[in-house]
Design a protein around this ligand. Structure first.
Ligand code: SF4
Ligand code: SF4
Length: 440
């Protein structure tokens, strides 16, 4: 992000916060119930790193009692947008969303770096472009250079940041999933309906095999799956970085694509995408020409666990899996979509699976989009707490359902030499459903 900005212009931009957002600021009664749920307050223990502190600072800038200084901007960017505070606030204050609103006003008033413009205004518009950008990483992997670099820990000799990013890089599929599958995949058995599958960028380009398992699970549940290949990003990175113009164009495009396909539901296996797609109805509610379409679209969106938990009737057989597992709730699932039970219900249906509850009540893992790269040290402290919580469960397999969380937890497992198997819920469900089918 660009460092330099006009403080007065940023402060003036805050004075235009609309009634809804300003109401949120005023509703904070400073009770402090949000403090212990906020990962930055838990790591730093200071008011400026708490939801209550961020709300107070935003109010002070709006009221002209505080300058929109670089320090203020830093505090706003320290928020992970995990929304844990929103789950616990008795007054309904949306501190995480307010931080995003603040970022939008800041970014409108400072020069944007070229790399950011390239990524958010151009690359993200087309998954084929993103795939081409990943090609050097694929070459690095298949040439054997990656094994050499990892064996001798070469990048860490130059920069810990580089070493971290390298260790985070997952194994890439031979091709994106969109190039491996047809647009329509028929149901297995009698057809119950048409499900549109939203190909998230990270799932399509990095976790292709996981999304293949998701689609197979949907067909096993009796649904024809429609996979539009021309979808763009859901817009989460744009919103997180204060960009809204391209975000709205991509959202409109997604809504039109799925309306054309006449699907009954739109399912995603990325918690961040699901949370964003469900928000489109709020984003467009003030734009009459599009409000109804956005409302209809968002009402059809389901996280994959939410969908399968509602359609897999008790007579569907799950095959046994003898493993000890825990589930890490992605923030965008637990706090963004308020989904806690569907994923647990599904895991508990697997015979012989020893499910253990994580004792940290939905704390963030520190991934938060690119937070682990932009705020590496803070992210690592947050991850360390998550690793300690997983350790307490004695689980050998860590299940989750968001690509960023999977990469972060996999990194943590390797870094702290835990040897855990970190997988998406679709993968373990797929193994169980296929085993169950054989038993029928
Ligand atoms: S944000 Fe909510 S929970 Fe936190 S201090 Fe304000 S009213 Fe209390
Ligand atoms: S969204 Fe998360 S990091 Fe941000 S203030 Fe709320 S709890 Fe803290």
């Amino acid at each position: 992000m660009g460092k330099h900005f006009d403080q007065d212009k940023v402060a003036a931009a805050f004075s235009t916060l609309d009634v809804h957002d300003y109401g949120d600021v005023l509703q904070c009664m400073r009770c402090g119930l949000c403090l212990s749920s906020c990962p930055t307050y838990r790591t730093d223990g200071v008011e400026t790193q708490s939801p209550r502190g961020r709300v107070a600072m935003i109010k002070a800038v709006i009221d002209g009692k505080m300058k929109a200084s670089e320090e203020f901007v830093e505090h706003i960017y320290h928020c992970l947008d995990c929304r844990n505070c929103q789950s616990v606030c008795p007054a309904g204050v949306k501190a995480g969303e307010l931080a995003l609103e603040a970022r939008y006003r800041i970014e409108q008033n400072r020069r944007q770096p070229l790399i950011k413009k390239f990524l958010l205004n151009y690359a993200i518009l087309d998954q084929k472009r993103l795939s081409r950008l990943l090609f050097p990483l694929k070459l690095y992997e298949i040439s054997g250079l990656q094994s050499l670099v990892r064996k001798y820990d070469i990048l860490n000799l130059f920069s810990e940041d580089l070493g971290f990013m390298e260790a985070l890089a997952p194994k890439l599929p031979s091709r994106p999933l969109s190039e491996q599958i047809p647009e329509e995949i028929p149901a297995i058995g009698p057809e119950r309906g048409r499900v549109g599958f939203f190909l998230g960028c990270a799932m399509n380009l990095i976790f292709a095999e996981t999304s293949r398992a998701t689609i197979e699970n949907l067909t096993l549940a009796g649904y024809r799956v429609i996979v539009p290949k021309e979808v763009q990003c859901c817009g989460t990175p744009n919103i997180a970085e204060g960009e809204r113009k391209v975000y709205r164009e991509m959202a409109e495009n997604t809504i039109r694509i799925f309306a054309d396909r006449r699907v009954d539901y739109v399912v995603t296996d990325c918690a961040a995408c699901g949370s964003e797609l469900k928000t489109y109805r709020e984003i467009f509610q003030k734009i009459p020409a599009f409000a109804a379409k956005a409302q209809e679209f968002s009402s059809k969106v389901r996280d994959v666990s939410e969908f399968l938990d509602s359609v897999l009737t008790p007579n569907v057989r799950f095959g046994p899996i003898s493993e000890t597992v825990c589930f890490h709730d992605p923030c965008h699932l637990r706090h963004g979509q308020r989904l806690i039970f569907p994923q647990r219900n599904l895991l508990k249906r697997i015979p012989q699976l020893d499910y253990r509850e994580l004792p940290d009540e939905g704390q963030c893992c520190g991934s938060a989009g690119i937070y682990n790269i932009t705020h590496r040290q803070r992210s690592m402290k947050i991850l360390e707490s998550k690793i300690e919580a997983i350790e307490k469960t004695q689980a050998k397999t860590v299940v989750s359902s968001n690509p960023g969380c999977l990469m972060q937890l996999n990194y943590g497992s390797g870094h702290w030499k835990k040897g855990w198997n970190v997988i998406h819920i679709s993968e373990i469900l797929n193994r169980s459903l296929i085993a169950g089918k054989k038993l029928d």
